[in-house]
Design a protein around this ligand. Structure first.
Ligand SMILES: Cc1cc2nc3c(=O)[nH]c(=O)nc-3n(C[C@H](O)[C@H](O)[C@H](O)COP(=O)(O)OP(=O)(O)OC[C@H]3O[C@@H](n4cnc5c(N)ncnc54)[C@H](O)[C@@H]3O)c2cc1C
Length: 615
């Protein structure tokens, strides 16, 4: 059945379900940002909040007993422990999926089992010209909790300058001070144990943390025996990499703990559903709608002071929220531009190409898309020299500025390449990014992981070599009026020549690391890239053929001035509208060098502050 016929049938079948409730806020997308924000806005019991996502059923009941109301009629009671996740019972178009307490959600280490399932939008980019013309699979959460439900749980915050840059770019009030305060509100920090402190010689700084927020942050138990204290840490020190006791206070340079969003007692995922939503699931003014793919905004016929006004959101199947005083788009950096464009807000050329009438001319919608490239490098260690233990993810992560791994000659080449602005990067961002490079803001992540297989073959893998602040920018746009057709995603990975240079050099630098003592004494040789990869060109070829992409999209509805390609103002309101906001990572114009779920919670907390203050 074609997607448009399916859409028509679903709309016909379920339009009768419409209930004429008027919500103060209708949020499209119950992901990391949207669900957290829905909970925060509904703290005011006089406000009615609806949030729609991709589950098939409505949830009610207590945290330990969930009642699933199926939109097609009937309900069933399911029991759950408070931190278990109710995964989709039936996906949007009728096929069954797994039930409650899905370990693929609760167990961080099983997260990749969700990839390619009903919990994933299963997007694919157009062929990426600068990485061997390969299309890239883009996993995106299509479940309550969004990315926070299926991500790997890494937790980083970045440097002060990166947040202050957002304000310099035009996001007044969005700076390190406000974001640091917001992220501490979302955090429940669990300090490392004395054994863990002793293992790496690192502690933590209480002032950098929140201790009463919904999202649990802890380090993964350092159970990889003597490898890290005896080999990794001394080698890094010999290379001049200064250990960072606690990277959460606005300076994250150097090797440190690899923090996770995890509940240390149960070893389960801490995320928007378990942290924000389940504890308040009985709130009667908060309605989590399911089977609710928002397709477009419904507009009032009349404009107010030249601004168009939303009156609701159209949904494919379960049209519960006909009326909205305010609409908040939280579909993620890949989905939100699509909803805006389908609603007549965007680049005139894009809208004209699919025959949609232009209501607000905003060429920034779907532009400035940014994500990070990632690859790996691994080395065989001498048998028996390392007791691998059972940790399969990194115990330490080392984030470095270019000066932390490029030679003097390479730094000169870097400067030469930075003379030319990449085509789709704004002048303002280019200037700021160059300033950050000069100031030593980390650009590259090296995560260390050691594991032994059943035959005690031990491998050191830099399992996350990530160029965390790429200069390359791309686009995400619709090419159809059918809301079931995925957007056309073209991030243009490694299209900026400096990105490819600096990324390939980082893979090459892992050879320098393993040639430093004491690590050198236990290295057998390279596995990936193998020993035939030697020259600069070989390493460039390696990243061309082997790099993939992270899942850290930002920027496609940027909070910068309208004249500079902005989509939202500092109060998150879409330019040209009176009551439509965007609250997800698409508003972040310039990516801090991090994994982005912390940023989603910052945006949710900050958005709630702004909206509640009536700004
Ligand atoms: C596989 C993977 C691994 C990751 N690993 C990490 C990590 O280790 N550490 C880290 O910090 N970050 C990680 N991230 C990134 C992080 O999870 C995301 O940056 C974050 O979730 C983005 O938040 P968001 O609110 O912008 O979007 P999302 O969390 O993606 O939420 C968007 C929500 O909107 C829904 N939606 C979209 N369109 C519609 C529509 N039209 N109608 C209704 N609902 C809609 C989606 O189903 C989704 O639930 C990872 C992400 C992925 C996908």
């Amino acid at each position: 059945m074609s997607s448009s016929i399916r859409l028509l049938l679903n709309t016909l079948l379920f339009s009768v379900v419409a209930a004429a409730t008027t919500y103060d806020y209708v949020i499209v997308g119950g992901g990391a940002t949207g669900l957290s924000l829905a909970v925060l806005l509904s703290e005011d019991s006089s406000k009615r909040v609806a949030v729609g996502d991709q589950l098939t059923a409505t949830l009610s009941g207590s945290g330990s007993e969930l009642i699933v109301h199926h939109p097609r009629g009937g309900s069933e009671v399911r029991t759950s422990d408070r931190f278990l996740f109710l995964s989709p019972i039936v996906n949007n178009y009728g096929s069954t999926s797994s039930g409650i307490g899905n370990p693929n959600i609760t167990n961080l280490r099983l997260n990749s089992n969700n990839f390619g399932t009903a919990n994933d939008w299963q997007f694919v980019t157009v062929p990426q010209v600068d990485v061997g013309n390969r299309p890239q699979a883009q996993v995106q959460g299509k479940v309550l909790g969004g990315g926070s439900a299926i991500n790997s749980g890494m937790y980083l915050r970045g440097n002060k300058e990166e947040y202050d840059a957002l304000e310099t770019l035009g996001a007044t009030g969005w700076n390190w001070d406000s974001m640091f305060s917001a992220v501490k509100k979302s955090e429940h920090f669990h300090p490392p144990s004395q054994t863990e402190v002793d293992a790496l010689g690192l502690t933590d700084t209480p002032a950098f943390h929140g201790f009463a927020g919904p999202i649990s942050v802890a380090i993964q138990a350092v159970n990889v025996s003597r490898f890290f204290p005896e080999f990794a840490v001394p080698t890094l020190k010999n290379l001049g990499h200064k250990m960072n006791t606690d990277p959460n206070g606005g300076f994250h340079n150097g090797p440190s703990w690899d923090f996770l969003t995890i509940l240390p007692d149960s070893n389960t995922r801490s995320y928007a559903v378990s942290g924000y939503y389940l504890p308040v699931i009985n709130r009667t003014n908060l309605h989590v709608m399911t089977e609710s793919q928002g397709t477009k905004i419904i507009w009032a016929e009349k404009t107010q002071d030249g601004l168009i006004t939303a009156t609701g959101v159209e949904y494919i199947v379960f049209n519960e929220s006909g009326n909205a005083k305010n609409v908040i788009l939280s579909g993620s950096a890949l989905n939100t531009p699509k909803i805006l464009e389908l609603s007549g807000v965007g680049d005139p050329t894009v809208l004209a190409s699919v025959g949609i009438d232009l209501l607000v001319n905003l060429p920034g919608v779907g532009a400035n898309l940014c994500n990070q490239p990632i690859t790996t490098a691994s080395y065989l260690l001498k048998n028996g020299t390392v007791d691998a233990g059972n940790a399969i993810r990194s115990a330490i992560i080392d984030v470095q500025p270019f000066s932390g791994y490029l030679s003097a000659a390479d730094l000169q080449r870097s400067e030469e390449l930075l003379q030319t602005k990449p085509e789709l990067l704004s002048d303002a961002q280019f200037k700021i990014m160059k300033e950050q490079i000069e100031a030593g803001v980390p650009q590259m992540e090296f995560a260390w992981n050691v594991a032994a297989d059943g035959n005690n073959v031990t491998t050191l893998t830099f399992d996350r070599l990530i160029l965390v602040k790429p200069l390359s920018r791309g686009t995400v746009h619709i090419n159809s009026t059918d809301p079931l057709v995925p957007p056309v995603i073209d991030p243009k990975y490694l299209s900026a020549p400096h990105d490819k240079f600096a990324f390939a050099k980082a893979v090459q630098y892992t050879r320098t690391i393993v040639n430093a003592e004491p690590l050198k004494s236990i290295i057998v040789g390279p596995v990936l890239p193998d020993a035939t990869v030697q020259t600069d060109d070989d390493f460039v070829n390696y990243v061309n053929t082997k790099s993939v992409s992270e899942h850290h999209f930002v920027g496609s509805s940027a909070m910068v001035p309208r004249a500079e390609g902005g989509v939202v103002d500092p109060s998150l309101v879409v330019y040209g509208t009176s009551n439509v906001r965007v609250a997800d990572l698409s508003i972040i114009a310039s990516l801090p060098g991090i994994h982005t779920v912390s940023l989603a919670y910052m945006v949710a907390e900050r958005a709630a502050e702004i909206i509640n203050a009536g700004q």
